[in-house]
Design a protein. Structure first.
Length: 51
């Protein structure tokens, strides 16, 4: 999961803290290449999630 925004917000779901940096990411520029050609979930609103 990539959380892409100008500032990140945690979802508050069970297990979230354990997955930060190893499944949940907040920086598309930094971590996006690790997920090239893979299915991901984008959570949020606005156009930053689509970019």
């Amino acid at each position: 999961m990539l959380a892409l925004a100008t500032r990140y917000r945690r979802l508050g779901v069970p297990g979230e803290k354990d997955l930060i940096g190893g499944g949940i990411h907040f920086c598309a520029t930094c971590d996006g290449p690790f997920y090239k050609n893979r299915e991901v979930v984008v959570v949020g609103g606005g156009n930053s999630g689509v970019e």
